[in-house]
Design a protein around this ligand. Sequence first.
Ligand SMILES: C[S@@+](CC[C@H](N)C(=O)[O-])C[C@H]1O[C@@H](n2cnc3c(N)ncnc32)[C@H](O)[C@@H]1O
Length: 338
Amino acid sequence: MVQTAESNGVAWREQLAWIKEQGPWTLDEHDEKIIPDYYRQPFHAYEDGNLCWESAWEGEIASRAVGARNYPKYGAEGEDAFRGAFDEALASLGAKCPPGGTIVDLGCGSGISTRRLAAAHPQAARILGLDLSPHFLAVGRRLLELAPEAEGVVAPVGQPWVQPLGRDRRIELRHADAARTCLADGEADVVCLSLVIHELPPEVTRQVAAEAFRILRPGTGQLWLTEMDFATDGFTKLRANPVLFSLIRSTEPYLDVYADYQTSEQGPAHDLREVGFGAIKLAAATGRHFALLATRPDRGVDARAETIDDRRAETAKADSHLKTWEAKAEGRAERYIR
Ligand SMILES: C[S@@+](CC[C@H](N)C(=O)[O-])C[C@H]1O[C@@H](n2cnc3c(N)ncnc32)[C@H](O)[C@@H]1O
């Protein structure tokens, strides 16, 4: 993956050396007991999965590389096009955060999605990122400290970090399980799940959906979910290649079960409706990804009879993702496929 990334303009080794130098790296106090077993698996070819420094240091670099693969014509800036496509799809579905609102980014990692949410929603009062990896959170907090001093000044990509960085005191990164956040009922105006549920067993996705529902404000609170779409041609073909897919599966323990779940009638949209969400809408975001918006109805309103407004066919996008054979060194699994 390092070579593919560097040939796509992402200076992987240089950036990794830079972030490692920004230590000393120590974990903030956190409660080990909240980390569930499913999370302690090897992920992304790291033996300790998300619970090690290597994965935390490389996470934002890998994300840049994934973006470059999804939108190769933009080189190292492909991630901005990739994530921007999710923002556009969500906006087309009616995504809105009210002035003074609270946005909760579940599964925030080291905070790429959190910082993007903060930059895109200056009207929000608080942006709270929650993640189970104390390592990712430590890197995320350090990156916020290293961000340019002046509020609102955003360091350009690669100087000094591979991702845009801006100091923003509205952001807080917290160690928590997305299925048990400890937030109050109705505390959030927006809950975001950006590229998270493909890393969860479906029963955990259902628990996270119920928790998102509980913490959203009744009547207006919105869930914004963005993910891989295994109903698209690109991922269908990838999955149909047994050798390739078994290599990928070895780095993404729940991807196969996610693919089955996401493409079934009883998939994420169905489960969101089951936990009580209404006005559920889906649109294509890229040639291989979708965006979903759902709203928590007012207390006492039962939305379970509503139809799901699935606009993926009419909003389908061209598949700009690098072909697998262009993106993959022979016989080696890539760490991240999204
Ligand atoms: C692929 S990353 C996505 C990170 C970020 N949202 C983004 O858009 O780049 C998935 C994240 O979900 C986190 N995660 C998985 N299960 C979780 C859980 N139960 N609670 C909180 N975070 C979780 C992982 O630690 C990881 O940081």
